[in-house]
Every structure is written in C-alpha cells, then in structure tokens.
Design a protein around this ligand. Structure first.
Ligand SMILES: [Zn+2]
Length: 78
C-alpha cells in the first residue's frame, strides 16, 4: 500500500500533515527542517503526498495527469 493510500485512510493524520507542512514565506517547509537548519524546498515531499491523499479522498484526479485512463491508486497486485 502506498503512503498516499495510507494517509487517505487516516483523516486525522492527513489533516495534521496538511496543517504542519506549510511554507515559511521563503519557499521552504516549516516542518521539514533538519537539525542543521536546512529546510526542504516547498512544497516538500510530505506535502505532495498529503495533497495527493486528500485528492484521493475527495475524488479529484491526481495533479499529475497521464494519457489514457487512470489506473486506480488503490490497485495493488496480489
Ligand atoms: Zn514538509
């Protein structure tokens, strides 16, 4: 199961992720800051994952369109 699908199934964690991973006004994420003070550029990976999880919940298509029909994100080979 992808991290997107996991987050989509945990609305509380999804909400927290979306509220914590916000830009600091200089193009960096407030949350993704290492001990040395180095920040991830905005939007950070977690924010992109959370945004995709939210679009999965709301039924919107992912922000990265591909040609043809979408393969459902939940589809996992068994
Ligand atoms: Zn972040």
């Amino acid at each position: 199961m992808s991290l997107v699908a996991v987050l989509a199934g945990m609305p509380d964690l999804l909400e927290r992720t979306l509220s914590e991973h916000v830009p600091d006004g200089r193009g960096y994420c407030r949350e993704c800051r290492g001990p040395s003070g180095v920040s991830a550029t905005w939007p950070c990976l977690m924010r992109e994952v959370a945004a995709e999880a939210q679009s999965l919940r709301t039924g919107d298509l992912p922000v990265t369109p591909r040609s043809g029909r979408h393969r459902p994100l939940r589809a996992v080979p068994s």
